[in-house]
Design a protein around this ligand. Structure first.
Ligand code: ADP
Length: 381
C-alpha cells in the first residue's frame, strides 16, 4: 500500500499556529521570570553568584571558549535552545494527536461498513504499528467473510445439485412403480422390466449418496492420513488385478507398467488406492469405445508419477479444468453413463491432502490422468 502523510485541514493548521504562539508566549514568560530571579539572586547572594560563576569558568568555559561566550550570554543561548526544543516538542505532540484523530476517523469509516477502505497514512512509528495491525486485522476479517460467503454459496449449490440428481432417478422409480400399481393385469415380464428399471435407478441414487457421503466426509471433517511405508509397485499391481475381470468384460486390455525396482513411499496407501480406483473405474466407464487402460508408475526421485490412461473418447478441452470440480460432468456423460460428478473431486481431495497434485490431459488418441505425489520420508518408517 502506498502510504501518504496526513493532510492537515485549515482548522488543524490554525490549531498548530495557535499552539506555537501560546508555547512561545509561555516560554518567553518563563525565561523572563527565570532571568529576573537569577539576577535578583545573583546580586543579593554572594554564594550563588560565585557558584554560578565557577560553574561557568570551571566546566563550561574550557569547552566552549571563555572569549566566545561571556557568562550571561551563555544563559541566553541555553534558554534559546531550550525554548526552541520545547516549542518543537509541543508542536510535534499536537501533530501526533492530529494523526491519531485522522486514523480514528478512517477506522470509524471502516467500522461503518466500508470494508474496502484501509488506513493508508504514514504516521509516527508507534502509531504506524497500530495502523498496520488494524489493516492486517481488517484484511483477515474481510478474507474470512468472503470465505464464509463462498462456503455458504457452495453449500446452497451442493443442496441444489443433490436434490436435482436425486429427483431425476426418483421420479423414474415412482413412475415405473405407479405403472405397476395402476394396472393390476400387467404380465409378469412387463412387471419384471419395470422393476428392473426402478432397480437400476435406485442403484444410481445409491451411487450418488455414497459418493456424496465420501465427499462430505473428506471436505467437512479433518481427515486423518495414516502414513505407512509401502511399495507403490504392489499397490498398482493389486489395483489392476482388482479391475481385471471388469476390464475383460468391457473388452478392454488392462495393462500395468511399473518399474522393476521397488518404489518405496511413505503415504496413506488406503486413500491412494481409493483415488486410483476412482480413476481406473472412470477409465472403464468412459473408455468403453477404446481398446486399453494403462496404469503407469514412474519413480521421479523425490516424487512418484502415476498415470491412468485410456484411449476412449476425448474430454473436450473446455471441460478439462472443470472435471475436478464437484458435480461437474461432461455433457454426454450426464445423459449416458451414470455418475455423481463427485469422483474426481474426491480424487483431488485425497491426493492434495497428501501434498500431491492431479491433472488431466486428453487428445483423440489418449486420455491421461496424472497423479504426482511426494514420496515422503521413507527411511523413518
Ligand atoms: P462421474 O464419473 O460420477 O460423472 P467424475 O468426477 O468421476 O464424475 O468425472 C467427471 C467427468 O469427467 C465425468 O462425467 C466424465 O465426463 C469425465 N471423465 C472422467 N474420467 C474420464 C475418462 N477417463 N475419460 C473420459 N472422460 C472422463
Amino acid at each position: 500500500m502506498n502510504n501518504k502523510k496526513i493532510k492537515l485541514s485549515r482548522k488543524e493548521i490554525f490549531e498548530l499556529i495557535i499552539e506555537g504562539f501560546i508555547t512561545v508566549g509561555i516560554m518567553l514568560l518563563v525565561n523572563f521570570a527565570l532571568l529576573i530571579i537569577m539576577l535578583l539572586f545573583n546580586e543579593e547572594d554572594e554564594i550563588l553568584h560565585r557558584g554560578l560563576y565557577s560553574l561557568f569558568h570551571g566546566f563550561l568555559a574550557p569547552s566552549f571558549g571563555a572569549n566566545l561566550l561571556s557568562f550571561p550570554n551563555f544563559f541566553y543561548l541555553f534558554f534559546g535552545v531550550f525554548d526552541v526544543l520545547v516549542v518543537v516538542w509541543r508542536l510535534l505532540r499536537r501533530y501526533h494527536l492530529m494523526e491519531m484523530r485522522h486514523v480514528i476517523t478512517a477506522m470509524q469509516e471502516i467500522a461503518d461498513g466500508h470494508l474496502e477502505k484501509r488506513i493508508d497514512y504514514q504516521v509516527n512509528r508507534e502509531l504506524q504499528g497500530v495502523v498496520d495491525s488494524i489493516n492486517a486485522l481488517v484484511d483477515s476479517a474481510v478474507h474470512s467473510m468472503k470465505e464464509e460467503r463462498r462456503i455458504e454459496k457452495s453449500k446452497d449449490e451442493l443442496i441444489t445439485n443433490v436434490s436435482h440428481d436425486l429427483r431425476t432417478p426418483l421420479t423414474s422409480i415412482i413412475g415405473y412403480l405407479n405403472l405397476i400399481e395402476d394396472d393390476p393385469n400387467l404380465d409378469l415380464a412387463t412387471i419384471r422390466k419395470y422393476v428392473h428399471v426402478a432397480f437400476v435407478k435406485a442403484g444410481q441414487m445409491k451411487y450418488l449418496t455414497d459418493d456424496l457421503f465420501a465427499y462430505t466426509k473428506l471436505t467437512t471433517r479433518e481427515i486423518n492420513y495414516n502414513y505407512t511405508t509401502f511399495n507403490m509397485n504392489d499397490l498398482i499391481e493389486q489395483l489392476t488385478a482388482d479391475f481385471e475381470l471388469e476390464a475383460e468384460k468391457a473388452g478392454l486390455e488392462l495393462i500395468n507398467d511399473v518399474p522393476s525396482e521397488p518404489t518405496m513411499v511413505k503415504l496413506d496407501s488406503e486413500k491412494i488406492g481409493r483415488a486410483l480406483s476412482n480413476l481406473v473405474s472412470n477409465a472403464l466407464k468412459y473408455g468403453k469405445k477404446g481398446t486399453f487402460i494403462r496404469v503407469v508408475l514412474e519413480d521421479e526421485g523425490d516424487n512418484v508419477d502415476i498415470k491412468v490412461q485410456n484411449d476412449g473418447p476425448k474430454i473436450p478441452a473446455a471441460s478439462l479444468n472443470k472435471i475436478f470440480e464437484r458435480f461437474y460432468r461432461v455433457d454426454e456423460s450426464r445423459s449416458g453413463t451414470s455418475g455423481s460428478g463427485l469422483g474426481l473431486a474426491i480424487v483431488r481431495n485425497l491426493i492434495e491432502g497428501q501434498g500431491g497434485e492431479v491433472r488431466a490431459v486428453s487428445t483423440h488418441d489418449l486420455t491421461s490422468f496424472e497423479v504426482i505425489l511426494p514420496k515422503g520420508k521413507t527411511g523413518a518408517a
